[in-house]
Ligand binder design. Structure first.
Ligand SMILES: Cc1cc2nc3c(=O)[nH]c(=O)nc-3n(C[C@H](O)[C@H](O)[C@H](O)COP(=O)(O)OP(=O)(O)OC[C@H]3O[C@@H](n4cnc5c(N)ncnc54)[C@H](O)[C@@H]3O)c2cc1C
Length: 448
C-alpha cells in the first residue's frame, strides 16, 4: 500500500509543480487509510493532481485514495448519494445517471476527483448554479489520530468543512445532493464585440442553464459563447449524431431580464458556429463535448471536455479570479485596458458566473460571482508578471483567486478577504492540533 520513495519525481497534471513529498501511500481499504493517517507525521492527499500550485504537496507523505473501493450508494427517496471520495466525476456520473439521477452542475472537465474539486470550491457556470462543493450534504473525515468523524447538515460547521483545502483531515466519503437526470443541448456562437455585453451581461448569463464566454484578448471581442440549455422532459435514451436539434429550455425559477433572443442561428450579432469548436483557437474539437444543439445527457454536455482525452490545451497554466457579479462589466473593462499584455501569454480567457453559497472558504461565500479564468501558455516566468498585473487590475473589485490555480495575491490580502477564516482556523486547531495536514501553502494562505 506504500509506493515508498518516489522512483521518479511526481508532478501535478500541468507539470509545473514537482512534489517534494517523499512517499505516496495507496491504501486499499478504509482501515488501511486510517492506519496510514494515524502513523504519518505529515500527510496530504494527492487526488487527480489537477491543481496548478503546491496545494497538494506535503512536507511528509502524500496519500492517494484511488485504490479504495469505488462505492456509490444512492438513496433515491432522499435524493442523496454516498460515494467514495477518490472517485472522479467521470467515474461517478454514469453510475448516478443509470439510477435516474444527476448532479446539478459540473466543471469544464470530468477528469478531476469529486473530493479534490470540492476541497477547492471548483465550479462550472450558471447564474443559478453554485459551485460543486455546494452539493455536499455530508462527509466522512479521517482525522489526525486515524478516527472517523461523520458530518451532516445537522452539524452547523459542515459549511466550514466542505471547502477545506485538505487542511482538516482526509475525506474518505462524501454525501452529495442529487437531482433527477436531465438532458442538455449546447451551441457555440462566435464573435461578439465586448461592448455588446454592457447592457446585456446579466440577461445573457441567465439565458441558458450554463453560459461560458471566451476571449483571447487579441481584440475587444468575445471569440466564442457556449450556451448549455437544459431541456424539458425526460432524458432521451438514444441520440443520433445527426439528430435535428430541438432546444426547448426548461422553465427556470429565475426568469431572465429582457435580452436579445437566442435563436439557433444567432445571439445578438454572434452567429452560431457551423461546426464543433474548441475554446482554444486552432485546436481540434474532437476532445470537446458534442455541440450543434444535439441533445445529450447532463454529464456529456455540462463539461466542455470529454473524458478519455487530454482536456483543455494540455500544455498550459491556469489562473482564475472570482468577484461580485455586479462588478462584471467594470472588471471586464479593467482587463481590456491590459489586453496587449494579456494576449501574448494567453491561450484563452473564460468568463463564467457562479451562484452564492454558504461555504466559509468558498470565493462565492454569500455573493453571486463572476469568474475570470485564464488559460496561459506553459511558461511560468513569462506568465507570472502578467498574473500580478491582472490581479492589480481586478483588485478594486475584491477579486479572490481560485484556490487551485496560480496566483500572486499577497497572503495578507487573501486572508483578509475571507470573513470566516478565523472560524476555519479554529476548526483546523480543533481537528488537527499538531498540524499533520498542513503544508507551506496552507501556512501561507490560511495563516500559520
Ligand atoms: C484542465 C483543467 C481544467 C479545470 N477546469 C476547472 C473548472 O472548470 N472550474 C474550476 O473551478 N476549476 C477547474 N480546474 C481546477 C481544478 O478543478 C482544481 O484544481 C481541483 O482541485 C482539482 O481536483 P483534483 O482531484 O485534481 O485535486 P488535487 O489537485 O489533487 O487536490 C486539490 C486539493 O484537495 C485536497 N484533497 C483532494 N482530495 C482530498 C481528500 N479526499 N481529502 C482531503 N483533501 C483532499 C488535496 O490535498 C489538495 O489540497 C481545472 C483544472 C485543470 C487542470
Amino acid at each position: 500500500m506504500n509506493e515508498g520513495p518516489a522512483a521518479r519525481p511526481r508532478t501535478n497534471w500541468a507539470g509545473n509543480v514537482t512534489f517534494g513529498a517523499s512517499d505516496l501511500h495507496r491504501p486499499a481499504t478504509l482501515g488501511q487509510l486510517q492506519a496510514v493517517v494515524a502513523r504519518a507525521r505529515r500527510l496530504r492527499v494527492l487526488a487527480a493532481g489537477h491543481s496548478f500550485n503546491d496545494l497538494a504537496d506535503s512536507p511528509g507523505a502524500q496519500v492517494s485514495l484511488a485504490g479504495l473501493p469505488p462505492e456509490v450508494e444512492v438513496d433515491s427517496a432522499a435524493r442523496l448519494a454516498r460515494i467514495s471520495a477518490g472517485l472522479s466525476y467521470a467515474e461517478l456520473a454514469g453510475r448516478l445517471d443509470r439510477q435516474g439521477f444527476a448532479l446539478r452542475n459540473l466543471a469544464s472537465l470530468p477528469h478531476i476527483s469529486v473530493a479534490g474539486a470540492c476541497a477547492t470550491a471548483t465550479h462550472g457556470s450558471g447564474a443559478a448554479q453554485p459551485n460543486l462543493a455546494a452539493a455536499v450534504a455530508g462527509l466522512t473525515l479521517v482525522t489526525a489520530g486515524g478516527d472517523l468523524v461523520e458530518l451532516s447538515r445537522q452539524d452547523d460547521w459542515l459549511d466550514g468543512a466542505v471547502v477545506h483545502l485538505g487542511a482538516l483531515g482526509v475525506v474518505a466519503r462524501l454525501v452529495l445532493e442529487l437531482v433527477p437526470s436531465f438532458d442538455v443541448a449546447q451551441r457555440v456562437y462566435e464573435d461578439l464585440p465586448l461592448e455588446a455585453l454592457g447592457d446585456h451581461f446579466t440577461g445573457l448569463m441567465a439565458g441558458a442553464y450554463s453560459v461560458s464566454l471566451f476571449t483571447d484578448w487579441r481584440a475587444p471581442r468575445l471569440t466564442q459563447l457556449w450556451l448549455k440549455q437544459r431541456l424539458a422532459g425526460p432524458p432521451h435514451r438514444a441520440s443520433s449524431p445527426h439528430a435535428v436539434p430541438s432546444v426547448r429550455p426548461a422553465s427556470s425559477p429565475h426568469p431572465a431580464p429582457p435580452v436579445p433572443s437566442i435563436t439557433q442561428e444567432s445571439w445578438f450579432t454572434a452567429a452560431a458556429a457551423p461546426a464543433p469548436r474548441h475554446p482554444v483557437p486552432g485546436l481540434p474539437a474532437d476532445t470537446c463535448t458534442e455541440q450543434l444543439g444535439v441533445p445529450g445527457r447532463w454529464y456529456d454536455r455540462l463539461p466542455h471536455f470529454r473524458p478519455g482525452f487530454r482536456p483543455s490545451a494540455g500544455d498550459e497554466l491556469q489562473s482564475e479570479y472570482l468577484l461580485p457579479v455586479e462588478h462584471a462589466i467594470p472588471a471586464l473593462h479593467a482587463l481590456n485596458e491590459i489586453r496587449a499584455r494579456l494576449a501574448p501569454v494567453l491561450l484563452i480567457c473564460e468568463i463564467r458566473v457562479v451562484a452564492a453559497d454558504r461555504l466559509w472558504l468558498s470565493p462565492c461565500y454569500r455573493q453571486d460571482s463572476v469568474a475570470f479564468h485564464f488559460t496561459w501558455i506553459a511558461d511560468t516566468a513569462s506568465v507570472l508578471p502578467v498574473v500580478t498585473l491582472a490581479e492589480r487590475q481586478l483588485a478594486p473589485f475584491a477579486a479572490r483567486p481560485h484556490w487551485g490555480k496560480i496566483f500572486t495575491t499577497p497572503p495578507e490580502t487573501l486572508r483578509s478577504s475571507y470573513e470566516r477564516l478565523p472560524d476555519f482556523a479554529e476548526l483546523m486547531r480543533r481537528l488537527d492540533p499538531s498540524g499533520k495536514f498542513r503544508n507551506s501553502y496552507t501556512d501561507r494562505c490560511l495563516g500559520a
